[in-house]
Design a protein around this ligand. Sequence first.
Ligand SMILES: NC(=O)c1ccc[n+]([C@@H]2O[C@H](COP(=O)([O-])OP(=O)(O)OC[C@H]3O[C@@H](n4cnc5c(N)ncnc54)[C@H](OP(=O)(O)O)[C@@H]3O)[C@@H](O)[C@H]2O)c1
Length: 273
Amino acid sequence: MKLHRLAMNDGQSIPQLGFGLWEVPAEQTARVVREGLAAGYRLIDGAAIYGNEKGLGEGLRETDVPRDRIFVTTKVWNDRQGRTEARRAVEESLERIGLDRIDLILIHWPCPHRDLYHDTWKTLIELRDEGRVTSIGVSNFHEAQLQRIIGETGVVPVLNQIELHPRLQQADLRAFHKAHGIITQSWTPLGQGRSFDAAPVRQAAARTGKSPAQIILRWHLQIGCSVIPRSTRAAGLAENIDLFDFALTDDEMAGIASLDAGERTGPDPMRFN
Ligand SMILES: NC(=O)c1ccc[n+]([C@@H]2O[C@H](COP(=O)([O-])OP(=O)(O)OC[C@H]3O[C@@H](n4cnc5c(N)ncnc54)[C@H](OP(=O)(O)O)[C@@H]3O)[C@@H](O)[C@H]2O)c1
């Protein structure tokens, strides 16, 4: 199976669908990475704070899939922001994963009250120019923070990874991303299962013979997002990539659009420091 890729604004591309490693126990991470790659995924979403970058690296070394076919993301945690700290943090992530170069580095949260995200962004630009990282982006950024880093540096993040699921659809931010050539990547895409029983999801599942999770993941793909569901189970990984033999109708897409409630499962990025 060849997964669809999204073009990024720096000339690179990213698989639209991947899998995430948040809360994957360190000792299970190499297995999950191997099983995910065997199931056909080529995008892996990691982060220093997940505490499993070593396992991610082990999985990359153990798989038969060549390194150049795999897209690896990791993130700079909040207490490592700033010009010097961010550089050290990225070097440490590369060391832990065991790579010379990472495909994508994100600033994990803006932490507006610390006011270091714009300095951190400048360091990521340098690391990209030095070849330590191929592409650079952000996570949990609001429009004003995106505008600031773009205004100060002229460099537009390739993507913004944000909380997004049927109960938090982020239409305004997605429109801003689209206008600036930034990919929207959805985290907690299954929204803790809170929409699994909603009528539009159940009805689409009944029509297609797919599970509620597959309906919701297909919705993310059809609204144009990159999406990174997590499962520690091989069967879950396989289910979450089995999305390409059906499509949601316009009515089904509209039904899921109607579930938006502006409801977060995670912290508000403006207050999380
Ligand atoms: N940038 C950020 O601040 C941020 C924040 C949160 C997450 N993320 C990233 O986004 C990724 C995904 O988000 P997430 O891990 O919070 O949540 P998620 O992928 O929406 O959901 C994961 C949960 O759903 C279950 N699940 C997976 N597939 C399922 C299926 N087909 N049917 C029913 N349940 C299923 C999993 O359990 P099983 O393991 O038992 O399958 C797990 O409990 C993370 O792993 C991480 O890489 C980023």
